[in-house]
Design a protein around this ligand. Structure first.
Ligand code: ADP
Ligand code: MG
Length: 387
């Protein structure tokens, strides 16, 4: 049995008695479509085998008792006075309690243990996994009968309002709706989504973790959103039908934005090009043309680095190394930016050699050994125990 489920059970029993549910919610990768979700565009995520586990049980008072196995810390509070905690990990659980209560779903007191193995701040959305595991567990515990889509939206709102990160819907969606060996083509405007298999005899998906998280990640993320909104607001003056960058074309941006503000123009152009690139990349995948797909990953990275300005020297180094290595056919930074992982499409037989070489070179340059994780695409949020 998975050691993390076991831990979630063992620590719960040690501190609180018998858990009623253990819920697993995974991290996610995104093959292509970066910074497109909050612009009503398309994304192509998949849930992975790294996950957060929440074991939970009801209390007969109004208290919340939490234990984090990974932080080795307790949190205790009252259900009627949920507020931001100094224990940052507890905030992702409290954020869900807050959003549920505000939407008219009262929580009783509960105990919960949180255990996970998603590298934190690596662009794999460990925060969305904690949120999705928590809301799924509370839904089971208190019988709200919320459907998955409602939980996704509430978890996103929790991150937006309580945590203060204006993330789009992709992370929570991928964690909640993922399926083993399938990628999800998600239209972030209509929320229509299609699954299709991602399996290759020849290539593996491999994450390389730069192990850096620059402190400006969250603030710059919010600033990019403001740039996109400023671009849309300007376009709307002449084209009221445009409600997001999803509705714009490169030609229109050139005509209306180019002379106005160079920065906003470049950022909006990146988004518009990336939205189109996701559609084309999905066609590549459906045809099994991984070479063409991989080239688009490189193009996405160039756009993120040079037009959207959310990369950093460490990520550029990792992608440039991949470009110079002949058995890597695609690579790009993944996630909000300024650190975290690159996603690489690597010939299976070359994975070990690539990891050795990129690790050595990165260590030599930055004095840090990067992480390297082969990706397995695994199931989305589900009850996995107790057994
Ligand atoms: P990410 O890119 O991984 O989502 P964030 O900074 O958005 O990075 O969220 C990371 C936060 O999520 C951590 O600081 C912690 O508060 C919470 N978190 C993630 N994994 C765990 C875990 N296993 N146990 C407790 N909290 C976790
Ligand atoms: Mg996050």
């Amino acid at each position: 049995m998975n050691l993390l489920i076991q831990d979630a059970g063992i620590y719960y029993r040690e501190h609180f008695g018998e858990p009623q549910f253990i819920v697993r919610s995974p991290g996610r990768i995104n093959l292509i479509g970066e910074h497109t979700d909050y612009n009503d565009g398309f994304v192509l995520p998949a849930s992975i085998d790294n996950a957060v586990y929440v074991s939970i049980g009801a209390r007969n008072d109004q208290e919340i008792h939490l234990f984090s196995v990974d932080y080795k810390e307790f949190y205790t509070g009252n259900i009627d006075a949920v507020s931001v905690s100094l224990q940052s990990w507890a905030n992702y659980v409290l954020a869900i309690v807050d959003v549920l209560q505000k939407a008219g779903y009262p929580c009783g007191g509960f105990n919960a243990v949180v255990r996970g193995d998603i590298p934190i701040g690596a662009g794999l959305s460990s925060s969305a996994a904690v949120e999705c595991a928590t809301i799924f567990a509370l839904n089971e515990l208190f019988g709200y009968k919320l459907d998955r889509m409602t939980m996704v939206k509430m978890a996103q709102q929790a991150e937006n309002d309580f945590i203060g990160v204006r993330c789009g819907i992709m992370d929570q969606f991928a964690s909640m709706f993922g399926k083993a060996n399938q990628v999800i083509e998600l239209d972030c405007r209509s929320l229509d989504h299609h699954y299709f298999p991602f399996e290759s005899e020849e290539y593996d998906l491999l994450l390389i973790n730069s192990r850096v998280k620059h402190s400006l990640a969250d603030s710059e993320y919010n600033l990019r959103r403001l740039d996109c909104e400023a671009g849309v607001a300007h376009l709307q003056r002449f084209h009221p039908e445009i409600t997001s960058l999803r509705d714009a074309t490169p030609a229109l941006l050139q005509q209306e934005l180019h002379s106005l503000d160079e920065n906003i123009f470049r950022r909006c152009l990146y988004v518009v090009e990336e939205i189109a690139r996701v559609k084309e990349a999905c066609e590549d995948l459906k045809k099994g043309d991984l070479l063409s797909f991989g080239k688009k990953m490189f193009s996405t990275h160039t756009g993120l680095s040079e037009m959207y300005n959310v990369s950093c020297p460490e990520l550029d180094f990792l992608v440039n190394f991949a470009i110079g290595y002949k058995n890597v056919i695609g690579a790009r930074m993944m996630g909000g930016g300024f650190g975290g992982c690159t996603l690489n499409l690597v010939k299976k037989a070359a994975v070990a050699d690539f990891v050795d070489r990129i690790s050595e070179s990165y260590l030599e340059t930055y004095g840090v050994l990067p992480g390297a994780y082969p990706v397995t695409i695994d199931e989305g949020t589900a009850v996995v125990g107790p057994w």
